[in-house]
Design a binder for this molecule. Structure first.
Ligand code: LLP
Length: 440
């Protein structure tokens, strides 16, 4: 029996064609062109709601923020906010996008490990709900910017708990050896909290961390909770400061391949809530408000990228390359993180997968999107639907080889609406300037 992976509202209709949000994927490709990012609205909403409800059930004083870096568009931000989530941003551009989406500043947490002066001032002027301070320089600059405007800013101090989660090293962000935040080991984190407490215009609400991304087990989160609570106890004992809020970042993994089995939301929430309660009890600490900032686990499975197959080239005795009309520029993740993906030939979704091919992009280098994908007989003109592309694909896209960035459509109940326009050739040269001496 062939193992098919259908995510969110995906289904195969009576004609053997993949549907997403009740829309025929081949018709979407025809109407909007390819490559095309497709966002399954119902799936996104369900994930946001399920995440919020799972934590509410296991830990009532919890708050979930959507991590804006994963799929940075106003429509997606709006949907997450409508589902009762706050928003985490990590640059002025993400903040601007959130404000343009109509998200109230008080619902926004501003992270970032090297915020510019302008970003710091923008956070104060807009009155964002929390600033995650990441360096001593930032603590001073934020204090100054707040004092100049007679404002008081609520802050979380970013801590590196010293957890090496089992994921790609580029996305392990909570180790001791990291550019992010202040290390607990060695005392930097305690000094940072002390400095922030001494800043009259900063109100320290708690501590935050983020141990990594695409984590497929609960253990590293439990470990992080224990280290963070131990640190909270140290702060109470040494400084008399009681952590009100504990922000654990994001990190929960998703299904990229049919065999992937990330923890369920219930397992994830139960493990974190249980560990937090037990650790606080053990140390006689009041239960803090628990903040989570998931990104990938909300948007990842809600995204599909549709491509049109162009060249199908067999190198005899070696492999067959199936080349699509996008690649590295719309999905840099295979190149950056050896990320693996699964795909369905949308117009032959029921056909038996009889061949093994390598899916490549059209860039001027070996941009393999998927090596060793089982497919049915495949030919030019087929529509390939690469799954789980909702997180860190569009938001990390580039214009390499001057490929215009794809459009994005939101699908739901048989309707498709453009939420990001396809770039055109004019967009590609819009910022180019020809100095007069180079003009003929
Ligand atoms: N909060 C903070 C402070 C973060 O740094 C991140 C992601 C998140 C939340 C959301 O984490 P998630 O739930 O999505 O794992 N570009 C890489 C992933 C980088 C993750 C950066 N931080 C990738 O494509 O795999």
């Amino acid at each position: 029996m062939r193992q098919e992976m259908l995510l969110g509202t995906q289904r195969v209709n009576g004609d053997g064609v993949l549907e997403i949000g009740g829309c025929d994927a081949v018709a979407l490709a025809r109407e909007f062109g390819t490559p095309l990012y497709v966002v399954d609205e119902q799936c996104l909403r369900d994930k946001c709601r399920a995440y919020r409800e799972a934590f509410a059930a296991h830990y009532p004083d919890s708050h979930i923020s959507f991590s804006g870096k994963v799929l940075t568009t106003t429509a997606v931000f709006k949907i997450a906010h409508q589902e009762g989530l706050g928003l985490d941003v990590s640059s002025e551009g993400e903040l601007y996008t959130a404000l343009r989406a109509g998200i109230p500043a008080k619902d926004i947490v501003f992270h970032g490990n090297n915020k510019s002066q302008r970003e710091i001032e923008r956070a104060v002027i807009e009155g964002v709900g929390r600033v995650g301070v990441d360096s001593m320089e930032e603590i001073s600059a934020l204090q100054e910017a707040a004092a100049a405007r007679d404002a008081v800013v609520d802050v979380l101090v970013r801590v590196a708990p010293g957890v090496a989660a089992d994921t790609h090293t580029h996305i392990q962000t909570g180790r001791v050896d990291t550019k992010f935040g202040f290390s607990i080991v060695g005392g930097a984190a305690k000094e940072a909290v002390e400095a922030a407490l001494a800043a009259p215009n900063l109100r320290v609400r708690g501590i935050n961390c983020h141990i990594g991304s695409q984590i497929m087990e609960t253990e590293p989160f439990v470990q992080a909770v224990e280290l963070m609570v131990a640190f909270a106890a140290e702060l109470r004992d040494a400084l008399g400061f009681v952590v009100e809020e504990l922000d654990l970042g994001g990190g929960l993994g998703v299904r990229y391949l049919p065999e992937d089995r990330p923890p369920t939301l219930d397992e994830h929430a139960r493990a974190i809530a249980g560990a937090l309660r037990a650790a606080c009890e053990r140390r006689g600490l009041p239960l803090p408000r628990l903040i989570q900032e998931p990104g990938r686990s909300l948007a990842g499975e809600a995204g599909v990228t549709l491509y049109t197959v162009g060249v199908v080239k067999t190198v005899p005795g070696v492999r067959t390359y199936v080349v699509v009309d996008g690649g590295l520029s719309d999905n840099p993740r295979p190149a950056l993180y050896d990320a693996r993906y699964h795909a369905i030939v949308a117009n032959k979704a029921n056909a038996p997968r009889t061949k093994t091919v390598t899916v490549s992009g059209k860039h001027c280098e070996t941009d393999t999107l998927i090596s060793d994908l089982q497919v049915p007989e495949i030919e030019p003109g087929d529509i390939l639907a690469v799954q789980t592309t909702g997180a860190y694909n569009y938001s990390m896209a580039s214009n390499y080889n001057r490929l215009p960035r794809p459009a994005m459509v939101l699908v739901r109940d048989g309707r498709a609406e453009v939420i990001v326009e396809r770039e055109g050739l004019e967009d590609l040269v819009r910022l180019d300037r020809l100095p007069p001496r180079l003009r003929d």
